[in-house]
Design a protein around this ligand. Structure first.
Ligand SMILES: Cc1cc2nc3c(=O)[nH]c(=O)nc-3n(C[C@H](O)[C@H](O)[C@H](O)COP(=O)(O)OP(=O)(O)OC[C@H]3O[C@@H](n4cnc5c(N)ncnc54)[C@H](O)[C@@H]3O)c2cc1C
Length: 560
């Protein structure tokens, strides 16, 4: 068994040189953060929205396939619920999924009213497509395969319409380093590093009655990911250091069809959306033989974990590092119209989906676990909320259903805004100041990032075993031991966050001795409901050692 890692309380940074205050601080400007900030500004006096680089940087802008919602009269929330529960392999919280699927259509309609333009048929109806794991056409898309870009554009345009309003302040190039809290762990603000001018420059403190973390995913923990460079798990790591509970971190979704660019290519890799398979493309081996038809009744549109696992098994038996996605029969004209961005990107990189099968392999795509929240988005720490990919609301279980994540950001941002408003009206969450910064601090050098990514990819990646996880844990703790230094800065803060979240992920993955959803163990290849039908929840203990607790769930009859 891997020893429980020790998690420090703070990142090393200089003392704050400036301070500000607001009612609510929203951290992150993806679908979750922008939706929360726009809604909150109509309800509380002062919202501060901070984002690490520029407003449109984050996973949201990269989303291709679309956003799932039962908008078709022939479809229903009940069917969306069922597909989501099946994809989550017994670990979705049915109440959270019910919230998602019943409030989803209204949230999407509001997004349309705000200005988001989804693709429509010649008769003006919203075009709905299908992706893996869905039994109905319920995916709205925009610009063919540029859904995230359009959603981000619409939300940022809405923000610009109110930017002069004194009720909202936006600070770009503001990296949140840590959460500020009182002695009794009530979150009351953040420390942040701003590359700015004048008084708001360098490390400062921002105080608030509530903090909403909407910092996105953790993809940069791995060598190859579809996530952009800002996805360095900062929010999750800050919450972990502050003592918040983190759930289901071992469930990492590896997208089955990421363009394979050759051995050793690393960083953000081009995604070939599941919607391409939704339109009829299929996976083949080097001989052109389809292999998904023998694996699952939905064949190439089986849930993502099933497809990824089948590809990995196929690659292992054939001794290769990729398979192929055949789209040729869809024709150049259709591909160019339906998937303009994907086709252009492939051609830029020397691949033509209209004339050749595309080499593809699984790569990290989505964190199904995260900061544990209730249905109102509250974390285990008073005053701290989490929204979007950084959170674990319970809607994804062991594996996210395609196109449910944009929807989750929208739906739970609404709920968080409502909850904060209600609590403020009841006089809860008063503004307070933090306790002095005491206790353990840490920092590793930015240049250790590649070593962390290599260790995580080899040991805690697509296929794990007790041996590989122990090797990853060992490598990560040697990086930690060898690389303490005192000069804080964005590179070293991000790298330290990757290290800590990587250690926790590896620890949680070692505890789950079964294969389920996004968690694949070669030494425990079967799902084991007898021992593992439940959630792994971890949190930093008083002595800084990570504590794990086990939360069994009921069997979902008729689903799993
Ligand atoms: C290539 C790709 C395709 C996808 N396709 C789909 C799809 O078709 N449908 C779907 O539902 N989902 C899709 N997803 C997943 C989905 O895009 C994300 O889960 C979702 O956009 C997450 O939204 P978010 O608001 O939680 O985070 P993000 O959009 O990632 O935003 C996070 C924000 O937090 C900021 N931030 C991070 N750290 C800090 C810090 N320390 N301080 C301040 N700010 C910080 C970032 O700069 C960013 O603004 C896709 C993801 C990728 C990468």
């Amino acid at each position: 068994m891997i020893p429980a890692p020790s998690i420090p309380r703070w990142l090393q940074s200089s003392d704050p040189g400036w301070s500000t205050a607001a009612d609510v601080i929203v951290v992150g400007s993806g679908i979750a953060g922008l939706s929360a900030a726009l809604r909150l500004r109509q309800r509380v006096d002062r919202v501060l929205l901070v984002t690490k680089t520029v407003l449109d940087e984050g996973s949201t802008g990269w989303a291709q396939g679309g956003i799932a919602a039962a908008m078709d009269p022939k479809d229903s929330a009940e069917e969306h619920l069922r597909d989501t529960l099946v994809a989550g392999v017994g670990l979705c919280d049915p109440e959270a999924v019910r919230v998602l699927v019943t409030e989803g259509p209204t949230a999407v309609r509001e997004l349309i009213e705000l200005g988001a333009q989804f693709d429509r048929s010649a008769s003006g109806e919203i075009s709905l497509t299908r992706e893996g794991g869905h039994h109905a056409n319920r995916i709205l898309h925009a610009g063919g395969d540029a859904t995230g870009k359009e959603i981000s554009r619409a939300l940022i345009a809405a923000l610009h319409r109110v930017i002069e309003d004194p009720g909202i302040e936006v600070i770009e190039h503001a990296l949140v380093v840590d959460l500020l809290h009182t002695e009794d762990r009530r979150v009351c603000g953040v420390t942040l590093h701003v590359i700015g001018e004048g008084q708001v420059d360098g490390v400062g403190s921002a105080y608030a009655r509530a903090v909403v973390l909407a910092t996105g995913g953790l993809g940069q923990i791995y060598s190859a990911t579809t996530n952009p460079p800002v996805a360095t798990a900062d929010g999750m790591a800050a919450a972990l250091r502050a003592g918040a509970a983190i759930a289901d971190l071992e469930f990492v979704q590896f997208h089955p069809t990421v363009l394979w660019l050759g051995e050793g290519s690393s960083g953000q890799q081009p995604l070939i959306s599941e919607a391409v398979r939704g339109e009829g493309a299929f996976l083949v081996d080097a001989c052109g033989e389809r292999f998904m038809t023998a694996v699952h009744p939905l064949a190439d549109l089986a849930p993502r974990d099933v497809v990824s696992r089948a590809i990995i098994a196929h690659m292992a038996s054939a001794g290769t590092d990729h398979v192929f996605l055949d789209c040729r029969h869809l024709g150049a004209a259709f591909l160019e119209e339906r998937f303009p961005s994907i086709v252009a990107r492939c051609r830029e990189l020397g691949f033509d989906p209209a004339t050749q099968p595309l080499p593809v392999a699984p790569a990290q795509h989505y964190a199904s676990g995260g900061i544990k929240t209730c249905l109102e988005g509250r974390s285990s720490l008073e005053g701290l909320y989490a929204c979007g990919e950084v959170s674990c609301t319970g809607v994804h279980g062991a594996n996210r259903l395609a196109s449910n994540s944009l929807l989750e950001g929208l739906v739970f941002a609404r709920r968080i805004a409502e909850d904060i408003t209600t609590r403020f009206a009841a006089g809860e969450l008063p503004l307070t100041t933090r306790a002095p910064r005491r206790g353990s601090q840490a920092l590793v050098r930015g240049k250790r990032r590649l070593a962390i990514q290599r260790a995580m990819t080899a040991g805690s990646g697509t296929v794990r075993s007790a041996r590989s996880l122990a090797a990853a844990a060992e490598a990560l703790s040697s990086i930690k031991a060898a690389s303490q230094h005192r000069e804080g800065g964005p590179q070293s803060w991000e790298t330290t966050n990757l290290l800590h979240v990587g250690q926790v992920l590896t620890y949680a993955a070692a505890l789950r001795e079964e294969t389920r959803g996004g968690h694949v163990r070669s030494d425990f290849p079967e799902r084991d409901d007898g021992h593992f039908l439940g959630h792994t929840v971890v949190a930093r203990g008083e002595d800084d050692t990570l504590n794990a607790s086990w939360h069994p769930v009921a069997r979902q009859e008729g689903i799993t």
